[in-house]
Design a protein around this ligand. Structure first.
Ligand code: SIN
Length: 553
């Protein structure tokens, strides 16, 4: 057996989105060594694409109670109220901190408002009764990631490993003995050299982001493969509420421009959704049939309404109409979206914007407390891969960047407080498996991986999407069982490549979504099963927990 190299750090963070970098920053402030592993370049992450902004109570006419109320309403009876309150109340300090590090939010003055020009402009999005979204134009995520990348790059004790993908966690199985149920780090593949090594640390924080790539249509970038949830599940951590996949209602519908989000902030500025009843007929509003908040209803309601209108009319998309604003206003408020639409031949001030729903956000994930602590000692999770209880069955818009800024601060404090206990790093196995490594790729491997990848994404879209039935879920379960078997076989037969690791993670997460959906025998928030179309009051706040039995391993 090949003995792989071992690298040791005080702390490991896997993922370099806003949550991961915020966590790395706070961990490193104590002077300890922090390794950040990321699959691509440091700023290649889902947070970077967030357009809308950060929901935070900063206006004196707003209150924590109202933000909590809106979050609980959108979450459809599945939020953990204590976690919601703690995260909402942690917002202002996190915002002040990132402003102190150099983040620039759009001010009212920049948008031509004469009153109170120096304060931050506050946008509105679906489900929010108040304007409370701080934004940097329509590229808020990119601005926040820029600041955190620059910040951690200046810290000598943070080592950034780009093009490094974690394969699995190093966990101790000494059942009943001290150190059981303990995470000591991860096995990592250096994608460029093809070498695998073992990274050991007192704490390991998963900050691997979402899993949009499980679906054929998604707003997420290629890196969003659900790797955090998949690795934590394989390690035996509790995984919660994976049936709650949020579909964003408005992704640009275009033959070549893929996955481009048309921010809900447009609807916050008065854009309305319209649907064409028949070809050559002017599209008309429809959301009044579905919810009193109409186009600004919570996202799950809007996505289902669009799906149902598209099926009813046979149309391939619906439209957003924001033509009541001038070109000048739209260019100032939504510069990035305006430019992208122009590239697609659409002038938002004159034309309707064709949109469709697509997979956007995983509301469930690795079960954690408000400090990001998981059910495995030494293992933390932050950001989209975690399930803190904030989002419930349907995330309130722009609460995710808030969570990505607040929870990592708590996690770093909790890790620091427990460091004396965690620093005893004695795994019972630390050499990486006898994987064949190298970056040569076999063409058979490539074809099989591409085929499986495509098949999973298609049937997840068709059978486990916005509209589910028990029969569709069962069909998906049968398919995924077969594919998972095939993948486990390649895994031991082929060279371990980043593509294969991602495929394995996608398949694990797909199965977790299917199993969780089958378990929830009701419709709630973003989970709709036509065979159980109603909400079951007895299931309110009852998490769907899936945990792998690792006792015999
Ligand atoms: C958007 O800008 O519509 C997305 C914001 C979010 O997902 O919270």
């Amino acid at each position: 057996m090949k003995i792989h190299e071992i690298k040791q750090f005080d702390h490991i963070v896997i993922g370099s989105g806003l949550a991961g970098l915020t966590c790395a920053y706070h961990l490193a402030k104590s002077g300890k060594s922090v390794a950040v592993f990321t699959k691509r370049e440091i700023d290649e992450c889902n947070s970077r694409l967030a357009q809308g902004g950060v929901a935070c109570v900063v206006d004196e006419l707003d209150s924590f109670d109202e933000h909590v109320r809106d979050t609980l309403y959108a979450g459809a009876g599945m939020c953990d109220e204590k976690a919601v309150r703690a995260i909402v109340e942690g917002g202002p300090a996190a915002i002040n901190e990132i402003i102190g590090l150099g983040a620039k939010f759009t001010t009212r003055g920049e948008l031509g408002h004469k009153d109170d020009p120096a304060s931050c402009d506050l946008g509105r999005e679906g489900g929010h009764q108040k304007r409370r979204i701080l934004h940097a134009g329509d590229i808020t995520g990119a601005e926040l990631v820029r600041v955190m990348v620059e910040t951690v790059q200046k810290m000598a004790n943070v080592k950034l490993f780009e093009h490094h993908i974690a394969i699995d966690l190093v966990v101790s199985r000494r059942l009943g003995l001290p150190g059981a149920n303990r995470c000591f780090g991860a096995y990592v593949l250096d994608i460029k050299s093809g070498e695998i090594f073992t990274a050991l640390a007192a704490s390991t924080t998963m900050a691997c982001g979402g899993a949009g790539k499980v679906y054929l249509y998604t707003s997420n970038p290629d890196v969003a493969c659900g790797s955090g949830v998949a690795m934590a599940y394989r390690a035996g951590a509790k995984i919660a509420n994976m049936e709650f996949i949020q579909f964003h209602p408005t992704i640009l519908y275009h033959p070549t421009i893929r996955s481009f989000l048309i921010s809900e902030a447009l609807r916050g500025e008065g854009a309305v959704l319209k649907c064409r009843e028949k070809r050559d007929v002017e599209p008309v509003e429809f959301m009044q049939k579905y919810h009193p908040m109409q186009s600004l209803a919570p996202r799950d309601v809007v996505a289902r309404a669009i799906d149902s209108e598209m099926k009813r009319t046979g149309e391939e998309c619906v439209y957003l109409d924001i033509r009541h604003h001038s070109e000048e206003t739209l260019r100032a408020r939504f510069p990035n979206i305006f430019a992208k639409c122009l590239e697609a031949g659409i002038n938002m001030a004159k034309d309707l914007i064709p949109v469709v729903p697509a997979a956007h956000f995983v509301c469930g994930g690795i079960k954690t407390d408000i400090n990001g602590a998981t059910s495995i000692e030494g293992l933390y999770a932050v950001g989209e891969c975690a399930c803190t209880g904030l989002h419930g069955a349907n995330r309130l818009a722009s609460n995710s960047l808030l969570e990505a800024m607040v929870v990592p601060r708590n996690a770093a404090a909790d890790i620091e407080a427990n460091f004396e206990k965690l620093k005893d790093i004695r795994p019972d196995r630390h050499a990486a498996m006898n994987w064949t490594t190298g970056n040569a790729t076999d063409s058979d491997e490539q074809i099989l991986i591409a085929h499986n990848w495509d098949e999973i994404r298609r049937f997840m879209w068709d059978y486990v999407g916005i509209y589910r039935t028990s029969k569709r879920l069962e069909r998906a379960k049968n398919r995924i069982k077969l594919i998972r078997k095939e993948i486990e076989k390649y895994y031991w037969d082929f060279i371990v490549t980043a593509d294969l690791i991602e495929l394995r993670n996608i398949a694990t997460v797909a199965e977790l979504i299917i199993d969780s959906s089958l378990k929830r025998k009701e419709s709630r928030g973003s989970h709709y099963n036509a065979d159980y179309p109603f909400l079951d009051p007895d299931l309110e706040c009852v998490d769907t927990i899936i945990q792998r039995d690792v006792r015999s391993m």
